[in-house]
Design a binder for this molecule. Structure first.
Ligand code: CP
Ligand code: NVA
Length: 298
């Protein structure tokens, strides 16, 4: 089984979340993945994804190998397909963070071991597994409203799908031209029809945030978009999560996948306030991934 999109986890999503919440309490220092080796191929920077997968493997009795594409023959022109075929003979699974979503799809095509998308330009499924777990941890159920304000990016795409799968209501506020992927949106709407999740897209951050239970944002300039920085900072300015916007949702919990660009999408005051659960959310990457690794490699 591969996890390229969060949809790949649709059937076991809630079970994984409950298992992650349990592992958070029990620690999961078992030997359940003893003798297993996970490869971590990262074509872009990472703090949380890389470290939480490495530590999760360690806690479960397996090991993780960090594989920088630049130091592999991949960086000298060996094909992705041949790399996938060879690594499948050694490893029990691979996490891959790639610049292009299609590279992860291709890698999985030639792999005979589970492949987990560790972030692409299109989706970030392991992040959203932890995020939806965090919603359940703080709210006790999915009977809630999550407002996402900012860029309709990889995180937003997976969040739409994840929310639809569990029946969480989601409102997304983006500037014009920065909407989430239209195919993903249609898919999320289709799933939402069966789970009762309500999806709202708006240009108005106030409309999204008003009386929300969770307010989520992500960076305005994702990895690889640095040359668009100036335009993006201008276009997203009215979409900052600050005290004034949060006055419309005084009981909301504030989420961010991190890394944050403090002073851009979120103010210092908000991210450091008692409304913020961003570090609990970051911690939950570890627990959610343990649940996922046990499911895929156990
Ligand atoms: N949230 C997240 O994926 O962080 P990293 O880029 O540090 O892995
Ligand atoms: N949208 C961000 C998420 C980082 C975890 C990016 O792709 O850079």
């Amino acid at each position: 089984m591969n996890v390229i999109s969060i949809i790949d986890l649709k059937e076991e999503f809630e079970e994984l979340i409950d298992s992650a919440l349990e592992l958070k309490i029990s620690g999961g220092y078992k030997e359940s993945l003893k003798g297993k080796t996970m490869g971590l191929i990262f074509e872009k920077a990472s703090t949380r994804t890389r470290v939480s997968f490495e530590v999760a493997m360690n806690h479960l009795g397996g090991i993780a190998l960090y594989l920088s594409p630049k130091e592999m023959q991949l960086g000298r022109g060996e094909t992705l397909a041949d790399t996938a075929r060879v690594l499948s003979r050694y490893l029990d699974g691979v996490v891959i963070r790639a610049k292009r979503h299609s590279d992860v799809v291709d890698f999985a095509k030639y792999s005979s071991i589970p492949v987990i998308n560790g972030l692409t330009d299109k989706e970030h499924p392991s992040q959203i597994l932890a995020d939806i777990m965090t919603v359940k941890e703080f709210k006790g159920s999915f009977n809630a409203i999550l407002a996402y304000v900012g860029d309709g990016n990889n995180v937003c795409n997976s969040l739409l799908l994840g929310s639809a799968i569990v029946g969480l209501n989601i409102r997304v506020a983006t500037p014009e031209g920065y909407e989430p992927d239209s195919d993903i949106l249609s898919k999320a709407e289709e799933i939402a029809d069966t789970t009762g999740s309500k999806i709202l897209l708006t240009r108005n951050p106030e409309e999204a945030v008003s009386h929300a239970d969770f307010v989520y944002t992500d960076v305005w300039v994702s990895m690889g978009q640095e040359e668009e920085m100036e335009k993006r900072l201008r276009d997203f300015k009215p979409y900052q999560i600050n005290r004034e916007l949060l006055s419309l949702a005084p009981h909301a919990r504030v989420m961010h996948c991190l890394p944050a660009h403090r002073g851009q999408e979120i103010t210092d005051e908000v991210i450091d306030s008692n409304m913020s659960i961003v570090f609990d959310q970051a911690e939950n990457r570890l627990h959610a991934q343990k649940a996922l690794l046990k499911r895929l490699l156990g």
